[in-house]
Write a protein that binds this ligand. Structure first.
Ligand code: GDP
Length: 341
């Protein structure tokens, strides 16, 4: 039989509960109280003056439910104020990302709550994708079963430039992925550096494959993170700026950052012998200070890149020079590759 509330073992606690709790069975109380807290968190702030005593900071690490905010001297572990996600849904991974400038209400013991995200200067990201349920036959089931469509995902915001890292081999250099990342970066007006790592494993034709990138406003560097070859040039390009280091898993991003700045000490993964692809070691984005005004954003790994949808005009604007050269070609059906046109 249920205990009536007035027979509650700890009567002193019961007497201090607000009235609606008194008439409720003990087992129901926590749920009721959780609801009450949620409603309080969702209550809109009263007027913009409520934000005046909030402090400004920058998000330097983000996981699914916690954010580390640098307030220029102090690091705060922050959650999101409910007002931020009530319109867009808590699952929106792009609500607050690494690099975001935010206003925070500080709390006790190094904690706080993010109340506002300031407008982004730029936002590097990837497009939405269809996600079929995994397992055997997922492909065939795709048409009949529910498929979850995710929204575009912002990886990092407010950066000064992008360092796109690929490997010459292991995993193999996927030029269409290189093109997609270059377009994603240039369409955000970011100065872009393409770094081809693992030079020790490169085939002889590597420089030939990279030749078309002379037409694109991208600086191409080659490096070997293990031997340190070519790293001085990268260190020099990154000095005094905030750089997002972006590329597929297993290409050596963490090794590169660790060799350049050993104090950062990122976990290094391995390339799977079975798939020839990298394993994901970095699970969430984070930025590190590597010198005066020099910040590096390490991004989570991925194997397949889905570009954000861009209009034809936007892509043409990014690849203006390539389009100009292509227009001068003698052949109408040319691939602009090895042909004499
Ligand atoms: P990330 O997923 O892009 O961060 O890649 P990791 O830094 O975790 O490196 C994946 C694997 O590639 C590790 O086993 C590294 O030791 C290896 N690796 C990284 N750079 C080089 C390189 O320049 N040459 C060779 N041969 N291996 C490398």
């Amino acid at each position: 039989l249920r205990q009536p509330p007035w027979r509650c073992a700890d009567r002193s606690v019961w007497l201090h509960l607000p009235r609606p709790h008194r008439n409720m069975h003990t087992a129901q109380r926590p749920a009721y109280r959780a609801g009450q807290y949620r409603r309080a968190a969702l209550a809109p702030l009263k007027g913009s003056e409520a934000l005046v005593d909030r402090i400004a900071g920058r998000v330097i690490a983000a996981t699914s439910d916690e954010y580390l905010v640098d307030t220029g001297g102090e690091l705060l572990r922050c959650t999101l104020r409910g007002t931020l996600w009530q319109d867009r849904g808590k699952e929106d991974a792009s609500l607050v990302v690494v690099g975001d400038e935010v206003r925070v209400e500080p709390g006790p013991a190094g904690q706080g709550a993010i109340e506002e995200v300031l407008p982004r200067r730029n936002a590097l990201g990837r497009g939405r994708e269809f996600q079929a349920y995994g397992g055997k036959g997922a492909r065939q089931r795709r048409s009949r079963h529910a498929v979850r469509r995710r929204s575009d995902q912002v990886i990092a915001a407010n950066v000064d430039q992008a360092l796109l890292v690929f490997a010459a081999a292991q995993p193999r250099l996927n030029l269409s992925q290189v093109d997609q990342l270059i377009i994603a970066s240039l369409s955000e007006d970011l100065p872009t550096i393409l770094c081809v790592n693992k030079l020790d494993l490169a085939e002889d034709d590597l420089h030939e494959s990279l030749k078309p990138y002379e037409l694109v406003p991208v600086e191409v560097l080659t490096a070997c993170a293990i031997t340190g070859l070519g790293l001085d040039a990268i260190r020099e390009r990154l000095h005094g700026r905030t750089t997002v280091v972006w590329g597929p898993s297993g290409v050596g991003k963490s090794t590169l950052i660790n060799t350049l700045w050993p104090h950062v000490d990122l976990k290094v993964g391995h390339v799977s012998a079975m798939t020839g692809m990298g394993t994901h070691t970095t699970r969430s984005a984070a930025m590190f200070r590597t010198g005066d005004d020099t910040w590096v954003v390490d991004t989570p790994g991925w194997r397949h890149f889905t570009p954000r949808s861009l209009s034809r005009d936007a892509i043409d604007a990014v690849l203006r020079d390539v389009a100009k050269q292509a227009a001068r070609c003698r052949f109408s059906d040319c691939r602009h590759d090895q042909e004499p046109g």
